[in-house]
Design a binder for this molecule. Structure first.
Ligand code: NAG
Ligand code: NAG
Ligand code: NAG
Length: 181
C-alpha cells in the first residue's frame, strides 16, 4: 500500500514595513517598478514549473514570490497614504505606469490556472490550497493599493483609479475559482 505523507504547509506572510518615509511620486514609481519585476519573476517561476517533474521546493519558491509581491503592494499602499495627495500630472503618470503593467499581471493569472494540474499532482497536499490563499491575499493587497490611490486621487482621476482597481480585482476571480475547486 502506498502512503502519501501530507505535510502542513505553514503560511508566513512577513509584516509589511510601516516605517515613516519621505515619499514622493518617485517612491511610488519605484514601488511599481519593483512590482513589475516581482510579478515577472512570479510568472517566470510558474511557467518554468515542470508538469512532469516539478518539485515542492519549486512550488514553495512561487509562494515566496507571491509573498514578496504582497509585501510590495502593502508598502506601495502605505507610501501612497504617506504622500496623501497627488497632483493631476503626477497621478496621471502613476495611472499610466500601472496600466502598462496590467498585462503582466493578467498573463501570470492565466499561467497559474494552466499550471494547476502540475501543482495538484505534487506528492504533498496543500500546495493548491496555499496558492488559493496567495491569490486571495494578492487580490486583497491589490485592492488595498488601489483604494489608497483612489483616496488620494484628484477628483478628475478618481473614476480612473476606481475602474482600474475593479478590473484588477475581477481579473483574479477566474484563478481564485480554479483554485477553489
Ligand atoms: C527531475 O528532477 C530531478 C531533480 O531536480 C533531476 O535530477 C532530473 O534530471 C529531472 N528529470 C527530468 C526528466 O527532467
Ligand atoms: C486586506 O487588506 C487590508 C489592507 O488593505 C488589510 O487590512 C486586511 O487585513 C486584509 N484582509 C485579509 C483577509 O488579508
Ligand atoms: C480617465 O478616464 C476618462 C473617462 O474614461 C478618460 O477620458 C481619461 O482619458 C482618463 N484619464 C487618464 C489620465 O487616463
Amino acid at each position: 500500500m502506498v502512503q502519501f505523507t501530507c505535510y502542513l504547509v505553514v503560511l508566513s506572510v512577513a509584516a509589511g514595513g510601516l516605517a515613516a518615509c519621505t515619499c514622493d511620486v518617485a517612491t511610488v514609481q519605484a514601488d511599481i517598478d519593483t512590482l513589475v519585476r516581482q510579478v515577472t519573476e512570479f510568472d517566470n517561476a510558474i511557467v518554468a514549473f515542470s508538469p512532469t517533474n516539478g518539485s515542492v521546493d519549486d512550488a514553495l519558491a512561487i509562494h515566496a514570490d507571491a509573498t514578496s509581491i504582497i509585501n510590495t503592494l502593502n508598502t506601495a499602499a502605505s507610501d501612497v497614504e504617506a504622500i496623501g495627495e497627488f497632483s493631476e500630472d503626477d497621478d496621471t503618470t502613476i495611472l499610466s505606469a500601472i496600466e502598462t503593467s496590467v498585462p503582466t499581471v493578467l498573463v501570470s493569472l492565466i499561467d497559474i490556472i494552466d499550471k494547476k494540474p502540475a501543482f495538484d499532482a505534487l506528492p504533498i497536499c496543500g500546495i493548491p490550497a496555499l496558492f488559493l490563499q496567495d491569490l486571495q491575499n494578492l487580490q486583497n493587497a491589490s485592492v488595498g493599493f488601489g483604494n489608497a490611490l483612489i483616496n488620494t486621487a484628484p477628483d478628475t482621476l478618481v473614476a480612473n483609479f476606481t475602474d482600474l482597481t475593479n478590473n484588477i480585482a475581477a481579473a483574479f476571480e477566474p484563478a481564485i475559482t480554479a483554485y477553489s475547486s
